[in-house]
Design a protein around this ligand. Structure first.
Ligand code: ZN
Ligand code: FE
Length: 255
C-alpha cells in the first residue's frame, strides 16, 4: 500500500501535506504553516499525526508546530544541518538518511538554495517527494541563502527522481509561475496547455499541488535550463545550464 496524500491550504498561499499510511495509521505532517487547518484536516480524516517533517526553517513552514504538538504527540524530523534554526528536533537527519513513517521509508535529499539547510523527503514506495520551497509547481523557491548554482544542483537531484514522482511543494504560486514560464518558453505546447489547466483549476479554487515530476520536466522553466528553445529566447544559446538557470531565476525575481 502507498500513502494517502492530502494537501492542506494554510495562511494565504501555503500548503501543508498529510501523508497517511493506511496499513499502520502512521501519518506525517509535512511543514506546519499554521495549526488550525491541519488539526481540522486530521480530525476530518480521523488521522493522528505520528511525524512532522520539516523542509526548512522559514516561519511560514514551522510556526504552527507548537499548537499542533499540543494536540498530537508526533516526532519532529528535520535537517541536522539546520538544527540550530529549526524548532527542537527529535530526529535530525543528513542527506541519504532515512525516516520510516509506518511502512513507508523517506530518504532525505539536501536541496540547498532557498535556504542552506533545506531538505526534501522522497518516499520511493509511494512515488512522492516533499520539496517545500525547492522545486515547486512550475517554479522553484527564491534563492535567499544559497547561490543559483547551488539551487540548480539541488533541482538536478530532484530531476533524477522517477518521472512519475508526485511533487508536494509548499505554496500555491502556480498561476504566477505559469505566466512567467510563458515569457521564457512561449512556444512550448505542453506549457500552454498546462497553463490552461491551471487557470481552470484555480478558477474553481482547486489546488495545483501536488504535480507530477514528468509534467514539471516538460513545462517548468527552472528544470529546462538545457532547453535550446529557452536558451535561444534568453540569447544564451550553448551557455552553461547553471548560468541559464541563474538568468531565469533573476528574471523571475523581477517579474
Ligand atoms: Zn521558505
Ligand atoms: Fe515558504
Amino acid at each position: 500500500m502507498t500513502f494517502q496524500i492530502e494537501t492542506v491550504p494554510c495562511l494565504s498561499d501555503n500548503y501543508a501535506c498529510l501523508a497517511h499510511d493506511p496499513e499502520t495509521g502512521a501519518t506525517a505532517v509535512v511543514d506546519v504553516p499554521e495549526a488550525a487547518p491541519i488539526l481540522a484536516a486530521l480530525k476530518d480524516k480521523g488521522w493522528r499525526a505520528s511525524h512532522v517533517l520539516l523542509t526548512h526553517h522559514h516561519a511560514d513552514h514551522v510556526q504552527g508546530l507548537d499548537a499542533l504538538l499540543a494536540e498530537h504527540s508526533a516526532q519532529v524530523v528535520g535537517a541536522a544541518a539546520d538544527a540550530e534554526r529549526l524548532p527542537p528536533l527529535d530526529v535530525a537527519l543528513e542527506e541519504g538518511e532515512r525516516v520510516a513513517v509506518g511502512t513507508q521509508t523517506g530518504i532525505v535529499i539536501d536541496v540547498p538554495g532557498h535556504t542552506v539547510g533545506h531538505i526534501a523527503f522522497h518516499f520511493p514506495d509511494s512515488d512522492v517527494a516533499f520539496t517545500g520551497d525547492s522545486l515547486m509547481a512550475m517554479g522553484c523557491g527564491r534563492v535567499f541563502e544559497g547561490t543559483p548554482a547551488q539551487m540548480w544542483n539541488s533541482l538536478q537531484k530532484l530531476m533524477d527522481l522517477p518521472p512519475e514522482t508526485m511533487i508536494c511543494s509548499g505554496h500555491e504560486y502556480t498561476q504566477k509561475n505559469a505566466e512567467f514560464a510563458l515569457t521564457v518558453d512561449p512556444d512550448n505546447h505542453a506549457l500552454i496547455s498546462r497553463k490552461d489547466a491551471i487557470d481552470r483549476a484555480r478558477a474553481k479554487g482547486k489546488p495545483t499541488v501536488p504535480s507530477q515530476l514528468s509534467e514539471e520536466l516538460d513545462t517548468n522553466p527552472f528544470l529546462r535550463a538545457r532547453s535550446p528553445a529557452i536558451q535561444a529566447q534568453l540569447g544564451m544559446t550553448g551557455a552553461d545550464p547553471a548560468e541559464v538557470f541563474a538568468e531565469l531565476r533573476a528574471r523571475k525575481d523581477r517579474f
